[in-house]
Design a protein around this ligand. Structure first.
Ligand SMILES: Cc1cc2nc3c(=O)[nH]c(=O)nc-3n(C[C@H](O)[C@H](O)[C@H](O)COP(=O)(O)OP(=O)(O)OC[C@H]3O[C@@H](n4cnc5c(N)ncnc54)[C@H](O)[C@@H]3O)c2cc1C
Ligand code: SF4
Length: 563
Protein backbone atom coordinates (compact mmCIF):
# COMPACT_ATOMS: atom_id res chain seq x y z
CA UNK A 1 0.00 0.00 0.00
CA UNK A 2 1.31 3.47 -0.88
CA UNK A 3 1.25 5.77 2.16
CA UNK A 4 0.80 9.35 0.96
CA UNK A 5 1.66 12.29 3.16
CA UNK A 6 -1.26 14.64 3.74
CA UNK A 7 0.85 17.71 3.30
CA UNK A 8 1.81 19.08 -0.11
CA UNK A 9 5.27 20.65 0.05
CA UNK A 10 6.37 23.46 -2.22
CA UNK A 11 9.43 21.48 -3.29
CA UNK A 12 10.56 17.86 -2.93
CA UNK A 13 14.31 17.39 -3.39
CA UNK A 14 15.77 13.90 -3.92
CA UNK A 15 19.28 13.64 -2.46
CA UNK A 16 21.13 15.74 0.13
CA UNK A 17 24.64 15.94 -1.41
CA UNK A 18 26.17 18.93 -3.14
CA UNK A 19 23.29 19.65 -5.51
CA UNK A 20 20.45 18.73 -3.13
CA UNK A 21 21.96 20.57 -0.17
CA UNK A 22 22.38 23.75 -2.20
CA UNK A 23 18.81 23.57 -3.52
CA UNK A 24 17.51 23.08 0.05
CA UNK A 25 19.59 26.00 1.30
CA UNK A 26 18.50 28.48 -1.39
CA UNK A 27 14.85 27.44 -1.50
CA UNK A 28 14.28 27.47 2.27
CA UNK A 29 15.91 30.89 2.44
CA UNK A 30 13.48 31.99 -0.26
CA UNK A 31 10.64 30.88 2.02
CA UNK A 32 9.67 27.60 0.33
CA UNK A 33 8.43 24.63 2.33
CA UNK A 34 10.89 21.89 1.36
CA UNK A 35 11.17 18.14 1.91
CA UNK A 36 14.44 16.34 1.18
CA UNK A 37 14.37 12.58 0.62
CA UNK A 38 17.76 11.03 1.35
CA UNK A 39 18.43 7.33 0.74
CA UNK A 40 21.26 7.23 3.26
CA UNK A 41 21.59 7.36 7.01
CA UNK A 42 21.96 10.40 9.29
CA UNK A 43 25.59 11.40 9.82
CA UNK A 44 27.04 14.62 11.21
CA UNK A 45 30.72 15.40 10.72
CA UNK A 46 30.82 17.61 13.82
CA UNK A 47 29.81 14.64 16.00
CA UNK A 48 30.46 11.39 14.15
CA UNK A 49 33.84 12.05 12.54
CA UNK A 50 36.95 10.02 13.42
CA UNK A 51 39.08 13.13 12.86
CA UNK A 52 41.09 12.59 16.05
CA UNK A 53 41.22 8.77 16.15
CA UNK A 54 44.68 7.19 16.17
CA UNK A 55 45.13 4.23 13.81
CA UNK A 56 46.22 2.10 16.78
CA UNK A 57 42.88 2.81 18.48
CA UNK A 58 41.31 0.07 16.36
CA UNK A 59 42.41 -3.43 15.41
CA UNK A 60 42.00 -2.69 11.72
CA UNK A 61 44.43 0.26 11.89
CA UNK A 62 42.19 2.18 9.49
CA UNK A 63 42.06 -0.51 6.78
CA UNK A 64 39.14 -0.36 4.37
CA UNK A 65 35.78 -2.10 4.74
CA UNK A 66 33.06 -2.84 2.18
CA UNK A 67 31.12 0.29 3.01
CA UNK A 68 34.22 2.41 3.53
CA UNK A 69 36.54 1.61 0.61
CA UNK A 70 38.84 4.54 1.49
CA UNK A 71 39.45 3.20 5.00
CA UNK A 72 37.41 2.62 8.14
CA UNK A 73 37.95 6.20 9.40
CA UNK A 74 36.78 7.71 6.14
CA UNK A 75 33.76 9.98 6.45
CA UNK A 76 31.86 8.62 3.50
CA UNK A 77 29.59 5.57 3.82
CA UNK A 78 29.16 4.04 0.38
CA UNK A 79 31.40 2.77 -2.35
CA UNK A 80 31.47 1.03 -5.72
CA UNK A 81 29.74 -2.03 -4.30
CA UNK A 82 26.71 -1.53 -2.04
CA UNK A 83 24.89 -4.55 -0.62
CA UNK A 84 21.51 -4.98 -2.30
CA UNK A 85 22.07 -2.14 -4.77
CA UNK A 86 23.66 -3.71 -7.85
CA UNK A 87 24.22 -2.24 -11.32
CA UNK A 88 25.29 -4.02 -14.47
CA UNK A 89 27.61 -3.36 -17.41
CA UNK A 90 27.22 -4.17 -21.07
CA UNK A 91 29.49 -7.10 -22.05
CA UNK A 92 33.07 -6.02 -22.65
CA UNK A 93 32.69 -2.62 -21.00
CA UNK A 94 33.60 -1.37 -17.55
CA UNK A 95 32.13 1.45 -15.53
CA UNK A 96 32.34 1.46 -11.72
CA UNK A 97 29.59 3.47 -10.02
CA UNK A 98 30.48 5.04 -6.68
CA UNK A 99 27.53 5.99 -4.48
CA UNK A 100 27.25 7.62 -1.06
CA UNK A 101 24.47 6.57 1.29
CA UNK A 102 24.33 9.22 4.00
CA UNK A 103 23.18 12.76 4.67
CA UNK A 104 25.49 15.08 2.74
CA UNK A 105 26.28 12.43 0.10
CA UNK A 106 29.79 12.45 -1.28
CA UNK A 107 30.54 15.88 0.19
CA UNK A 108 31.46 14.02 3.36
CA UNK A 109 34.67 12.76 1.81
CA UNK A 110 35.35 14.63 -1.40
CA UNK A 111 38.83 16.11 -1.93
CA UNK A 112 37.42 19.66 -1.80
CA UNK A 113 39.36 20.64 -4.91
CA UNK A 114 37.07 23.47 -5.91
CA UNK A 115 37.77 24.73 -9.42
CA UNK A 116 35.60 26.96 -11.53
CA UNK A 117 35.08 25.91 -15.14
CA UNK A 118 36.59 28.54 -17.44
CA UNK A 119 34.98 30.49 -20.31
CA UNK A 120 36.34 28.04 -22.91
CA UNK A 121 34.91 25.04 -21.03
CA UNK A 122 31.36 26.20 -21.78
CA UNK A 123 32.01 26.56 -25.53
CA UNK A 124 34.63 23.99 -26.39
CA UNK A 125 32.85 22.76 -29.51
CA UNK A 126 33.20 26.24 -30.98
CA UNK A 127 36.95 25.98 -30.36
CA UNK A 128 37.75 22.49 -31.63
CA UNK A 129 34.53 21.11 -33.12
CA UNK A 130 34.19 18.24 -30.63
CA UNK A 131 31.38 17.47 -28.17
CA UNK A 132 28.81 20.21 -27.67
CA UNK A 133 28.65 23.79 -26.44
CA UNK A 134 26.62 24.61 -23.35
CA UNK A 135 23.49 26.76 -23.77
CA UNK A 136 24.96 29.11 -21.12
CA UNK A 137 28.32 30.82 -20.78
CA UNK A 138 30.81 31.44 -17.99
CA UNK A 139 29.25 34.88 -17.50
CA UNK A 140 25.89 33.27 -16.67
CA UNK A 141 27.47 31.16 -13.93
CA UNK A 142 30.07 33.63 -12.61
CA UNK A 143 27.75 35.46 -10.17
CA UNK A 144 26.86 32.09 -8.65
CA UNK A 145 30.48 30.97 -8.38
CA UNK A 146 31.07 34.25 -6.51
CA UNK A 147 28.18 33.53 -4.15
CA UNK A 148 29.41 29.98 -3.52
CA UNK A 149 32.90 31.33 -2.75
CA UNK A 150 31.47 33.77 -0.22
CA UNK A 151 29.09 31.32 1.44
CA UNK A 152 31.22 28.18 1.53
CA UNK A 153 34.75 29.59 1.61
CA UNK A 154 37.67 28.65 -0.61
CA UNK A 155 41.40 29.37 -0.51
CA UNK A 156 43.56 30.10 -3.52
CA UNK A 157 45.58 32.78 -5.25
CA UNK A 158 44.79 35.31 -7.95
CA UNK A 159 46.71 34.21 -11.04
CA UNK A 160 44.91 35.76 -14.00
CA UNK A 161 45.21 32.57 -16.09
CA UNK A 162 43.01 32.59 -19.21
CA UNK A 163 40.79 29.55 -18.61
CA UNK A 164 41.24 29.15 -14.82
CA UNK A 165 39.07 31.95 -13.42
CA UNK A 166 40.13 33.38 -10.08
CA UNK A 167 37.60 33.36 -7.29
CA UNK A 168 37.05 35.23 -4.05
CA UNK A 169 39.83 33.54 -2.17
CA UNK A 170 40.96 33.17 1.42
CA UNK A 171 44.76 33.03 1.72
CA UNK A 172 46.27 29.68 0.67
CA UNK A 173 48.43 27.62 3.07
CA UNK A 174 52.17 27.63 2.42
CA UNK A 175 53.64 24.72 0.42
CA UNK A 176 55.20 21.89 2.37
CA UNK A 177 58.82 20.89 1.83
CA UNK A 178 58.13 18.31 -0.91
CA UNK A 179 55.73 20.69 -2.60
CA UNK A 180 58.45 23.33 -2.80
CA UNK A 181 60.61 20.80 -4.66
CA UNK A 182 57.71 20.07 -7.03
CA UNK A 183 57.37 23.80 -7.66
CA UNK A 184 61.10 24.15 -8.42
CA UNK A 185 60.89 21.26 -10.90
CA UNK A 186 57.81 22.73 -12.57
CA UNK A 187 59.52 26.11 -12.93
CA UNK A 188 62.42 24.39 -14.68
CA UNK A 189 59.99 22.61 -17.02
CA UNK A 190 57.92 25.77 -17.66
CA UNK A 191 54.83 24.10 -16.17
CA UNK A 192 52.34 26.27 -14.34
CA UNK A 193 52.30 25.33 -10.66
CA UNK A 194 50.17 27.42 -8.30
CA UNK A 195 48.54 27.24 -4.86
CA UNK A 196 45.65 24.78 -4.84
CA UNK A 197 42.03 25.89 -4.58
CA UNK A 198 40.23 23.95 -1.88
CA UNK A 199 37.01 24.70 0.03
CA UNK A 200 38.73 24.69 3.41
CA UNK A 201 38.72 27.76 5.65
CA UNK A 202 42.09 29.33 6.31
CA UNK A 203 40.27 32.19 8.06
CA UNK A 204 37.03 32.04 10.10
CA UNK A 205 33.98 32.53 7.87
CA UNK A 206 30.25 32.78 8.47
CA UNK A 207 30.50 31.44 12.03
CA UNK A 208 32.81 28.55 11.14
CA UNK A 209 36.35 28.46 12.55
CA UNK A 210 39.53 28.26 10.48
CA UNK A 211 41.26 24.93 9.83
CA UNK A 212 43.76 23.81 12.47
CA UNK A 213 45.78 21.79 9.90
CA UNK A 214 45.26 18.29 11.21
CA UNK A 215 45.29 16.93 7.67
CA UNK A 216 42.31 14.60 8.17
CA UNK A 217 39.64 16.15 5.97
CA UNK A 218 38.62 12.82 4.46
CA UNK A 219 37.48 11.67 7.92
CA UNK A 220 35.08 14.60 8.25
CA UNK A 221 35.90 17.82 10.07
CA UNK A 222 34.71 18.10 13.65
CA UNK A 223 35.36 21.84 13.69
CA UNK A 224 33.36 22.30 10.49
CA UNK A 225 36.24 24.08 8.77
CA UNK A 226 35.80 22.36 5.42
CA UNK A 227 32.78 22.09 3.18
CA UNK A 228 30.08 19.50 3.67
CA UNK A 229 26.54 19.85 2.48
CA UNK A 230 25.43 18.63 5.91
CA UNK A 231 26.77 21.47 7.99
CA UNK A 232 27.24 24.33 5.55
CA UNK A 233 23.96 23.98 3.65
CA UNK A 234 21.50 21.64 5.36
CA UNK A 235 22.02 22.72 8.98
CA UNK A 236 21.19 26.39 8.25
CA UNK A 237 18.28 25.24 6.08
CA UNK A 238 16.93 23.15 8.98
CA UNK A 239 17.33 26.16 11.25
CA UNK A 240 14.83 28.11 9.10
CA UNK A 241 12.14 25.63 10.16
CA UNK A 242 11.21 25.26 6.49
CA UNK A 243 13.06 21.98 5.81
CA UNK A 244 11.89 18.43 6.48
CA UNK A 245 14.77 15.98 6.05
CA UNK A 246 13.75 12.33 5.67
CA UNK A 247 16.61 9.83 5.84
CA UNK A 248 16.53 6.17 4.73
CA UNK A 249 14.13 7.29 1.99
CA UNK A 250 14.98 5.56 -1.29
CA UNK A 251 13.19 7.35 -4.14
CA UNK A 252 11.68 4.90 -6.58
CA UNK A 253 9.77 7.05 -9.06
CA UNK A 254 8.61 10.59 -9.78
CA UNK A 255 4.81 10.68 -9.95
CA UNK A 256 2.73 12.50 -12.54
CA UNK A 257 -0.89 13.61 -12.94
CA UNK A 258 -2.95 13.32 -16.10
CA UNK A 259 -2.06 16.83 -17.22
CA UNK A 260 1.65 15.95 -17.26
CA UNK A 261 2.66 17.83 -14.10
CA UNK A 262 4.77 15.99 -11.54
CA UNK A 263 2.97 15.54 -8.23
CA UNK A 264 5.77 14.29 -5.99
CA UNK A 265 8.05 11.32 -5.40
CA UNK A 266 7.26 7.71 -4.48
CA UNK A 267 9.90 6.27 -2.15
CA UNK A 268 10.72 3.25 -0.03
CA UNK A 269 11.12 3.78 3.70
CA UNK A 270 14.23 1.61 4.15
CA UNK A 271 13.60 1.20 7.87
CA UNK A 272 10.50 -0.96 7.30
CA UNK A 273 10.31 -1.45 3.52
CA UNK A 274 7.01 0.42 3.22
CA UNK A 275 6.10 2.37 0.09
CA UNK A 276 5.52 6.07 0.70
CA UNK A 277 4.79 9.18 -1.27
CA UNK A 278 5.86 12.78 -0.75
CA UNK A 279 3.61 15.30 -2.47
CA UNK A 280 5.06 18.53 -3.85
CA UNK A 281 4.38 21.29 -6.35
CA UNK A 282 7.93 21.09 -7.71
CA UNK A 283 10.37 18.16 -7.80
CA UNK A 284 14.15 18.66 -7.86
CA UNK A 285 16.31 15.61 -8.61
CA UNK A 286 19.76 15.73 -7.00
CA UNK A 287 20.43 12.06 -6.40
CA UNK A 288 23.73 12.21 -8.38
CA UNK A 289 24.01 12.24 -12.16
CA UNK A 290 23.37 8.55 -12.89
CA UNK A 291 20.75 8.05 -10.17
CA UNK A 292 18.71 11.02 -11.39
CA UNK A 293 18.77 9.52 -14.90
CA UNK A 294 17.69 6.20 -13.36
CA UNK A 295 14.76 7.87 -11.60
CA UNK A 296 13.58 9.46 -14.85
CA UNK A 297 13.97 6.22 -16.80
CA UNK A 298 12.06 4.31 -14.12
CA UNK A 299 9.20 6.86 -14.03
CA UNK A 300 7.15 5.48 -16.90
CA UNK A 301 3.57 6.51 -17.69
CA UNK A 302 1.21 6.61 -20.64
CA UNK A 303 2.41 10.16 -21.28
CA UNK A 304 6.09 9.16 -21.01
CA UNK A 305 6.36 5.45 -21.90
CA UNK A 306 10.17 5.69 -22.23
CA UNK A 307 10.65 7.46 -18.95
CA UNK A 308 9.80 10.89 -17.59
CA UNK A 309 11.14 13.88 -19.53
CA UNK A 310 12.59 11.42 -22.03
CA UNK A 311 10.36 11.98 -25.03
CA UNK A 312 13.41 12.26 -27.29
CA UNK A 313 15.42 9.45 -25.67
CA UNK A 314 18.30 11.57 -24.32
CA UNK A 315 17.97 10.58 -20.62
CA UNK A 316 20.96 8.49 -19.58
CA UNK A 317 23.01 9.62 -22.61
CA UNK A 318 26.31 11.54 -22.82
CA UNK A 319 27.71 10.33 -19.52
CA UNK A 320 31.29 11.31 -18.82
CA UNK A 321 33.85 10.92 -16.07
CA UNK A 322 37.17 12.62 -15.50
CA UNK A 323 40.11 10.74 -17.01
CA UNK A 324 42.79 9.75 -14.55
CA UNK A 325 46.04 7.97 -13.91
CA UNK A 326 48.74 8.17 -11.25
CA UNK A 327 52.49 7.83 -10.80
CA UNK A 328 54.78 8.11 -7.78
CA UNK A 329 58.50 8.72 -7.62
CA UNK A 330 61.21 8.14 -5.06
CA UNK A 331 63.06 11.42 -4.44
CA UNK A 332 66.50 10.78 -2.85
CA UNK A 333 66.76 14.42 -1.69
CA UNK A 334 63.81 13.76 0.62
CA UNK A 335 65.27 10.59 2.19
CA UNK A 336 66.69 10.76 5.73
CA UNK A 337 64.58 13.87 6.26
CA UNK A 338 64.57 15.82 9.48
CA UNK A 339 61.47 14.72 11.45
CA UNK A 340 58.99 17.57 11.37
CA UNK A 341 55.25 18.11 11.20
CA UNK A 342 54.10 18.23 7.59
CA UNK A 343 50.41 18.31 8.37
CA UNK A 344 48.38 20.98 6.69
CA UNK A 345 44.93 20.96 5.20
CA UNK A 346 43.68 17.53 4.24
CA UNK A 347 44.80 17.87 0.66
CA UNK A 348 47.46 19.33 -1.59
CA UNK A 349 48.75 22.87 -1.07
CA UNK A 350 49.62 23.34 -4.73
CA UNK A 351 48.70 21.88 -8.12
CA UNK A 352 49.32 22.28 -11.82
CA UNK A 353 46.39 23.55 -13.90
CA UNK A 354 46.42 22.75 -17.64
CA UNK A 355 49.32 24.71 -19.09
CA UNK A 356 49.69 23.62 -22.74
CA UNK A 357 47.99 24.35 -26.06
CA UNK A 358 46.04 21.34 -27.37
CA UNK A 359 46.31 22.66 -30.93
CA UNK A 360 49.97 21.60 -30.78
CA UNK A 361 49.31 18.15 -29.27
CA UNK A 362 47.81 14.86 -30.46
CA UNK A 363 44.84 15.00 -28.08
CA UNK A 364 42.16 17.71 -27.95
CA UNK A 365 41.54 18.46 -24.27
CA UNK A 366 43.64 19.15 -21.21
CA UNK A 367 44.19 17.88 -17.70
CA UNK A 368 45.43 19.18 -14.38
CA UNK A 369 47.92 17.49 -12.06
CA UNK A 370 47.31 16.86 -8.36
CA UNK A 371 50.27 16.37 -6.03
CA UNK A 372 50.56 14.09 -3.01
CA UNK A 373 53.30 12.91 -0.66
CA UNK A 374 54.86 13.99 2.59
CA UNK A 375 54.80 12.74 6.14
CA UNK A 376 51.13 11.82 6.55
CA UNK A 377 49.94 10.03 9.65
CA UNK A 378 50.85 6.35 9.02
CA UNK A 379 48.06 3.77 9.03
CA UNK A 380 47.25 0.34 7.54
CA UNK A 381 49.29 -0.35 4.39
CA UNK A 382 51.73 2.43 5.28
CA UNK A 383 54.76 2.40 2.92
CA UNK A 384 53.72 -0.87 1.31
CA UNK A 385 56.31 -1.95 -1.27
CA UNK A 386 59.28 -0.79 0.85
CA UNK A 387 61.26 -3.66 -0.70
CA UNK A 388 61.23 -1.79 -4.03
CA UNK A 389 63.14 1.20 -2.63
CA UNK A 390 66.92 1.28 -3.02
CA UNK A 391 68.26 -1.18 -0.43
CA UNK A 392 64.73 -1.45 0.98
CA UNK A 393 63.18 -4.40 2.79
CA UNK A 394 64.73 -6.53 5.52
CA UNK A 395 63.61 -7.48 9.00
CA UNK A 396 63.53 -6.04 12.51
CA UNK A 397 65.69 -3.02 13.15
CA UNK A 398 66.89 -2.84 9.51
CA UNK A 399 63.32 -2.67 8.31
CA UNK A 400 62.39 0.02 10.85
CA UNK A 401 65.43 2.04 9.81
CA UNK A 402 64.29 1.77 6.21
CA UNK A 403 60.86 3.10 7.09
CA UNK A 404 62.45 6.05 8.89
CA UNK A 405 64.80 6.64 5.99
CA UNK A 406 62.13 6.67 3.28
CA UNK A 407 59.21 8.15 5.25
CA UNK A 408 58.23 11.24 3.28
CA UNK A 409 60.60 10.54 0.37
CA UNK A 410 57.89 9.63 -2.13
CA UNK A 411 55.99 12.19 -4.17
CA UNK A 412 52.99 11.24 -6.28
CA UNK A 413 51.07 12.79 -9.11
CA UNK A 414 47.50 12.24 -10.32
CA UNK A 415 46.39 13.50 -13.71
CA UNK A 416 42.73 14.51 -13.97
CA UNK A 417 41.56 15.31 -17.47
CA UNK A 418 38.61 16.09 -19.67
CA UNK A 419 36.66 13.36 -21.46
CA UNK A 420 34.63 14.34 -24.51
CA UNK A 421 31.00 13.08 -24.43
CA UNK A 422 30.21 10.43 -27.02
CA UNK A 423 27.49 7.99 -28.06
CA UNK A 424 29.57 5.18 -26.53
CA UNK A 425 29.11 6.19 -22.88
CA UNK A 426 25.62 6.03 -21.44
CA UNK A 427 23.35 4.22 -19.01
CA UNK A 428 19.97 2.58 -19.48
CA UNK A 429 17.59 0.44 -17.42
CA UNK A 430 18.53 -3.23 -17.19
CA UNK A 431 15.15 -4.91 -17.62
CA UNK A 432 16.40 -8.12 -15.98
CA UNK A 433 17.86 -6.85 -12.70
CA UNK A 434 16.29 -5.11 -9.72
CA UNK A 435 17.70 -3.91 -6.41
CA UNK A 436 16.61 -5.14 -2.97
CA UNK A 437 13.45 -3.00 -3.17
CA UNK A 438 12.52 -4.26 -6.63
CA UNK A 439 13.62 -1.07 -8.39
CA UNK A 440 15.13 -1.76 -11.85
CA UNK A 441 18.87 -0.99 -11.90
CA UNK A 442 21.15 0.75 -14.38
CA UNK A 443 23.27 -0.93 -17.02
CA UNK A 444 26.34 1.03 -18.11
CA UNK A 445 28.04 1.24 -21.50
CA UNK A 446 31.52 2.71 -21.63
CA UNK A 447 34.38 3.16 -24.07
CA UNK A 448 37.32 5.51 -23.84
CA UNK A 449 38.23 7.09 -27.19
CA UNK A 450 41.73 7.68 -28.53
CA UNK A 451 41.42 11.28 -27.33
CA UNK A 452 41.38 10.19 -23.71
CA UNK A 453 43.95 7.42 -24.11
CA UNK A 454 46.48 9.74 -25.76
CA UNK A 455 45.85 12.33 -23.07
CA UNK A 456 46.64 9.80 -20.33
CA UNK A 457 49.86 8.78 -22.11
CA UNK A 458 50.85 12.44 -22.00
CA UNK A 459 50.06 12.55 -18.26
CA UNK A 460 52.57 9.78 -17.66
CA UNK A 461 55.22 11.53 -19.73
CA UNK A 462 54.63 14.66 -17.65
CA UNK A 463 54.87 12.78 -14.34
CA UNK A 464 58.16 11.22 -15.40
CA UNK A 465 59.54 14.58 -16.50
CA UNK A 466 58.71 16.16 -13.13
CA UNK A 467 60.07 13.21 -11.13
CA UNK A 468 63.31 13.30 -13.11
CA UNK A 469 63.55 17.08 -12.73
CA UNK A 470 63.32 16.50 -8.96
CA UNK A 471 66.25 14.09 -9.23
CA UNK A 472 64.01 11.09 -8.56
CA UNK A 473 63.04 7.77 -10.06
CA UNK A 474 59.49 6.62 -10.94
CA UNK A 475 58.37 3.84 -8.61
CA UNK A 476 56.82 1.81 -11.40
CA UNK A 477 56.98 1.62 -15.19
CA UNK A 478 54.63 3.60 -17.37
CA UNK A 479 51.79 1.28 -18.53
CA UNK A 480 51.89 0.50 -22.25
CA UNK A 481 49.45 0.94 -25.12
CA UNK A 482 48.05 -2.56 -24.47
CA UNK A 483 46.82 -1.23 -21.07
CA UNK A 484 45.60 2.06 -22.57
CA UNK A 485 48.47 3.71 -20.67
CA UNK A 486 46.84 2.96 -17.32
CA UNK A 487 43.69 5.04 -17.78
CA UNK A 488 41.39 4.47 -14.80
CA UNK A 489 38.13 2.66 -15.58
CA UNK A 490 35.08 4.87 -16.15
CA UNK A 491 33.59 5.97 -12.83
CA UNK A 492 36.82 5.40 -10.87
CA UNK A 493 37.60 9.12 -10.57
CA UNK A 494 34.03 9.61 -9.23
CA UNK A 495 33.26 12.71 -11.29
CA UNK A 496 30.44 11.29 -13.39
CA UNK A 497 28.43 13.95 -15.20
CA UNK A 498 25.68 14.11 -17.82
CA UNK A 499 22.72 11.80 -18.33
CA UNK A 500 20.19 14.66 -18.12
CA UNK A 501 22.10 17.27 -20.07
CA UNK A 502 20.88 20.81 -20.67
CA UNK A 503 20.49 22.46 -24.05
CA UNK A 504 18.34 24.84 -26.07
CA UNK A 505 17.16 22.07 -28.40
CA UNK A 506 14.67 19.66 -26.75
CA UNK A 507 15.57 17.02 -29.34
CA UNK A 508 19.13 16.73 -28.07
CA UNK A 509 18.77 17.60 -24.39
CA UNK A 510 16.62 16.70 -21.38
CA UNK A 511 16.72 20.08 -19.62
CA UNK A 512 16.65 23.70 -20.70
CA UNK A 513 19.22 26.31 -19.66
CA UNK A 514 17.61 26.55 -16.19
CA UNK A 515 17.94 22.79 -15.63
CA UNK A 516 14.18 22.52 -16.00
CA UNK A 517 12.83 19.53 -17.95
CA UNK A 518 11.80 20.49 -21.49
CA UNK A 519 8.87 18.08 -21.19
CA UNK A 520 7.66 18.87 -17.66
CA UNK A 521 7.55 22.40 -16.32
CA UNK A 522 7.76 21.62 -12.58
CA UNK A 523 10.67 19.15 -12.75
CA UNK A 524 14.34 20.19 -12.28
CA UNK A 525 17.76 18.55 -11.85
CA UNK A 526 20.53 20.10 -9.72
CA UNK A 527 23.29 17.45 -9.56
CA UNK A 528 25.97 16.67 -12.15
CA UNK A 529 23.33 15.41 -14.62
CA UNK A 530 22.76 18.72 -16.49
CA UNK A 531 26.45 19.11 -17.46
CA UNK A 532 26.99 19.23 -21.22
CA UNK A 533 30.66 18.41 -20.85
CA UNK A 534 33.50 17.87 -18.44
CA UNK A 535 36.43 20.24 -18.13
CA UNK A 536 40.01 19.75 -17.01
CA UNK A 537 38.64 20.65 -13.56
CA UNK A 538 36.78 18.81 -10.82
CA UNK A 539 33.03 19.41 -11.13
CA UNK A 540 31.55 20.11 -7.71
CA UNK A 541 32.05 23.90 -7.53
CA UNK A 542 30.10 24.07 -10.78
CA UNK A 543 27.40 21.70 -9.43
CA UNK A 544 26.99 24.06 -6.46
CA UNK A 545 26.88 27.19 -8.62
CA UNK A 546 24.38 25.71 -11.09
CA UNK A 547 22.21 24.35 -8.26
CA UNK A 548 22.07 27.86 -6.77
CA UNK A 549 21.21 29.37 -10.16
CA UNK A 550 18.44 26.81 -10.78
CA UNK A 551 17.05 27.26 -7.27
CA UNK A 552 16.93 31.05 -7.72
CA UNK A 553 14.99 30.45 -10.92
CA UNK A 554 12.55 28.07 -9.17
CA UNK A 555 11.97 30.59 -6.37
CA UNK A 556 11.38 33.37 -8.88
CA UNK A 557 9.00 31.26 -11.00
CA UNK A 558 7.09 30.24 -7.87
CA UNK A 559 6.73 33.86 -6.84
CA UNK A 560 5.32 34.64 -10.28
CA UNK A 561 2.86 31.73 -9.93
CA UNK A 562 4.32 29.89 -12.89
CA UNK A 563 5.13 26.63 -11.13
C1 LIG B 1 36.61 10.18 -2.76
C2 LIG B 1 35.99 11.30 -3.52
C3 LIG B 1 36.75 12.45 -3.81
C4 LIG B 1 36.19 13.49 -4.52
N1 LIG B 1 36.92 14.62 -4.70
C5 LIG B 1 36.38 15.68 -5.35
C6 LIG B 1 37.09 16.91 -5.46
O1 LIG B 1 38.19 17.08 -4.92
N2 LIG B 1 36.52 17.93 -6.15
C7 LIG B 1 35.30 17.80 -6.74
O2 LIG B 1 34.87 18.76 -7.37
N3 LIG B 1 34.59 16.66 -6.61
C8 LIG B 1 35.09 15.60 -5.93
N4 LIG B 1 34.37 14.45 -5.77
C9 LIG B 1 33.05 14.37 -6.41
C10 LIG B 1 31.97 15.05 -5.58
O3 LIG B 1 31.84 14.43 -4.34
C11 LIG B 1 30.67 14.98 -6.35
O4 LIG B 1 30.85 15.65 -7.60
C12 LIG B 1 29.51 15.66 -5.67
O5 LIG B 1 29.36 15.25 -4.34
C13 LIG B 1 28.26 15.36 -6.45
O6 LIG B 1 27.15 15.95 -5.84
P1 LIG B 1 25.71 15.35 -6.06
O7 LIG B 1 24.78 16.20 -5.30
O8 LIG B 1 25.47 15.16 -7.51
O9 LIG B 1 25.78 13.86 -5.50
P2 LIG B 1 26.13 13.29 -4.07
O10 LIG B 1 26.98 14.20 -3.31
O11 LIG B 1 26.61 11.90 -4.28
O12 LIG B 1 24.71 13.23 -3.35
C14 LIG B 1 23.67 12.42 -3.83
C15 LIG B 1 22.81 12.01 -2.64
O13 LIG B 1 21.60 11.44 -3.16
C16 LIG B 1 21.28 10.30 -2.40
N5 LIG B 1 20.50 9.41 -3.25
C17 LIG B 1 20.93 8.67 -4.29
N6 LIG B 1 19.94 7.97 -4.83
C18 LIG B 1 18.82 8.28 -4.11
C19 LIG B 1 17.47 7.87 -4.19
N7 LIG B 1 17.03 7.02 -5.14
N8 LIG B 1 16.60 8.37 -3.29
C20 LIG B 1 17.01 9.26 -2.34
N9 LIG B 1 18.27 9.68 -2.23
C21 LIG B 1 19.18 9.20 -3.12
C22 LIG B 1 22.61 9.71 -2.01
O14 LIG B 1 22.46 8.86 -0.88
C23 LIG B 1 23.45 10.94 -1.76
O15 LIG B 1 23.40 11.35 -0.42
C24 LIG B 1 34.87 13.39 -5.02
C25 LIG B 1 34.10 12.27 -4.70
C26 LIG B 1 34.64 11.25 -3.93
C27 LIG B 1 33.78 10.09 -3.55
S1 SF4 C 1 42.65 19.68 8.00
FE1 SF4 C 1 41.44 21.43 8.70
S2 SF4 C 1 39.52 21.30 7.57
FE2 SF4 C 1 40.55 19.30 7.41
S3 SF4 C 1 39.70 18.08 9.09
FE3 SF4 C 1 41.58 19.06 9.89
S4 SF4 C 1 40.85 21.00 10.81
FE4 SF4 C 1 39.19 20.22 9.52
Amino acid sequence: MLLSQQKTYDVCIVGSGAGGGMAASVLTRAGADVIVLEAGVPWDNTKDSAMLTWPYDTERRGASTRERPFGEFDACIGGWDIAGEPYTRAPGTRFDWWRARMVGGRTNHWGRISLRFGPRDFRHKSVDGLGDDWPISYDDVKPYYDRVDRLVGIFGSKEGLPNEPDGIFLPPPRPRCYELLVKQACDRLAMTCIPSRLSILTRPLNGRPACHYCGQCNRGCRSNSNFTSTNVLLAPALATGKLTLVTNAMAREVTLDKSGRVTGVAYVDKTDGSDRHARARVVVLAASACESARLLLNSKSSLFPNGLANSTGVAGKYLTDTTGTDMAGFIPRLADGVPHNEDGVGGMHLYMPWWLDNAKLDFPRGYHVEVWGGRDQPSAGFMGGIEDYPGGGGYGKDLKDMYRRYYGAVVGFSGRGEQIPSDDCYCEIDADTVDRWGIPVLRFHWKWSDHEVRQVKHMHETFQAVIHAMGGTPLWAMPGADEQYGIAAGGRIIHELGGTRMGDDPKTSVLNRWCQAHDVRNLFVTDGGPFVSQADKNPTWTILALAWRTSDYIASEMRKGRL
